[in-house]
Design a protein around this ligand. Structure first.
Ligand code: KE4
Length: 439
């Protein structure tokens, strides 16, 4: 059964005359899937609806932020009320302090925080701060990790760059790239060697503590602890980019799930509840080097926007709310995710298709591979053609997933038991389609 996407097809052709590739962010283009992206009309709870009237169970969740579900009544009402008081002042407000305090409760390693508007801004600013604080210039990032599109970090990056097979981007100068050292994720020997040889020149090691931009790949046992030790030993800062895994790997993100205190933590997505908020924060001694407290400059017209702060506060408050006789929200999300991962694993086995299924809290993903997937190289060696067949078979059955195996799938509190049953049944049919394609 193929989807009727006629209105989206027309809209996409028109949009290509207005925006590069018809989109405002590359991965939305479905380019690697070779098909037309549904143009979305609205969303509610776990459901998303396109302009042709197709309904889907949504596991993209705006690439992570919609953890309490789309158009949550409390979030909508809070934003509506805030809007009646004006949409932006460019001046200090109490609501910025309120979100800051909430985040510090969840992330004890964050003693000071600066709100910005995107994950890219957060990681770019964190790197500038690390360089300003240490006086060093080199940074280390991991092959396949994606930290947004600032020049220093568009080197062997994941997400859309991996999807389109262009790990580096034109326009990033050799002068910038030379200060970015890249090593494979989950490879203790490689990072140990780099730190032993160059550690004293390295300002920071930045990592997605749970990788989500080469598909979902959790860290190996003890890996993050080793990074913490190595950076401490050589006076380099450890930056956790928790823009994606923050509030998802657990309520306190990877920091809490793996018991590691990073020097600087970058947050995004869920912190804004679907409005543009991101942040970087950490030790007061380090953060107080940021202007105007210190000399490292960083600024933003709409940073701390009151509507965005409101959406973030309401979303995090729902996530933190305890209900009598119910497991906490983070546990509920993890259990829902586990049901899907277990269901997909069983369905793939029954269909005779080998997959690797990964989960970290309420983020998850699969690879069509018999081998262990633990880094970018092994992720890239998975069967991407099989993923494409499976992706389209899922979409045609009303399951809306990220259009790339180098992305992660996201659960929300709004996904019901019925949604999960449908998702597992659809995957079974899709795995059978993959098997038939291999005959
Ligand atoms: P933004 O600048 O897109 O808000 O955040 C960049 C970023 C930083 N760090 C991590 C770990 C991230 O996952 C991201 C952005 N994630 C992608 C999805 N892989 C956003 C979706 C997109 O690029 O359209």
């Amino acid at each position: 059964m193929s989807l009727n996407l006629s209105k989206s097809e027309a809209a996409f052709e028109a949009a290509k005359e207005l925006m590069p590739g018809g989109v405002n962010s590359p991965v939305r283009s479905y380019r690697s899937m070779g098909s037309t992206p549904p143009f979305i009309a609205r969303a509610k709870g776990s459901r998303i609806y396109d302009i042709d009237g197709n309904e889907y169970i949504d596991y993209v969740g705006s690439w992570g932020p919609m953890v309490v579900g789309h158009a949550h009544p409390e979030v909508v009402q809070a934003i509506q009320e805030a809007a009646t008081r004006g949409t932006s002042y460019g001046a200090p407000t109490l609501i910025e302090s309120e979100l800051a305090e909430l985040v510090m409760k969840i992330y004890p390693s964050v003693e000071r925080i600066r709100m910005v508007n995107s994950g890219t801004e957060a990681t770019m600013s964190a790197l500038r701060l690390a360089r300003g604080y240490t006086g060093r210039e080199k940074i280390v990032k991991f092959i396949g990790c994606y930290h947004g599109h600032s020049d220093s970090l568009l080197v062997k990056a994941g997400s859309g760059l991996a999807t389109f097979g262009v790990p580096d981007s034109p326009g990033v100068t050799a002068g910038v790239a030379k200060d970015t050292i890249t090593v494979p994720y989950n490879d203790v020997e490689a990072i140990t060697k780099v730190m032993e040889e160059q550690g004293d020149a390295i300002a920071a090691v930045i990592i997605e503590p749970v990788a989500g931009n080469m598909g979902c790949i959790p860290p190996k046992q003890g890996y993050l602890q080793k990074l913490r030790e190595l950076t401490q030993q050589h006076g380099a800062l450890l930056i956790f980019d928790e823009v994606m895994c923050g509030f998802r790997a657990s309520l306190g993100g990877a920091a809490s799930a793996y018991g590691i205190r990073a020097d600087i933590t970058c947050l995004g997505k869920i912190i804004g509840g679907g409005l543009p908020v991101a942040a970087y924060g950490g030790k007061a001694e380090i953060m107080d080097c940021v202007s105007p407290a210190g000399p490292v400059y960083q600024a933003g017209t709409l940073s701390g926007n009151p509507l965005a702060m409101t959406a973030g506060i309401t979303t995090l408050s729902i996530l933190m709310r305890e209900e009598e006789g119910q497991p906490d929200k983070s546990r509920q999300l993890t259990l829902k995710t586990k049901d899907v991962v277990m269901g997909w694993t069983a369905a793939a086995k029954e269909a005779g298709v080998k997959i690797q299924a990964h989960q970290a809290g309420s983020m998850f993903g699969i690879f069509f591979a018999e081998h262990e997937v633990c880094d970018y190289e092994t992720a890239a060696a998975a069967d991407q053609e099989a993923f494409k067949i499976w992706f389209h078979a899922m979409l045609e059955q009303g399951i809306y997933l990220a259009p790339s195996q180098f992305e992660t799938i996201f659960m929300s509190l709004a996904h019901s038991d019925e949604d999960i049953e449908k998702t597992i049944a659809a995957a079974g049919a899709a795995f059978r389609k993959v098997r038939e394609s291999r005959r």
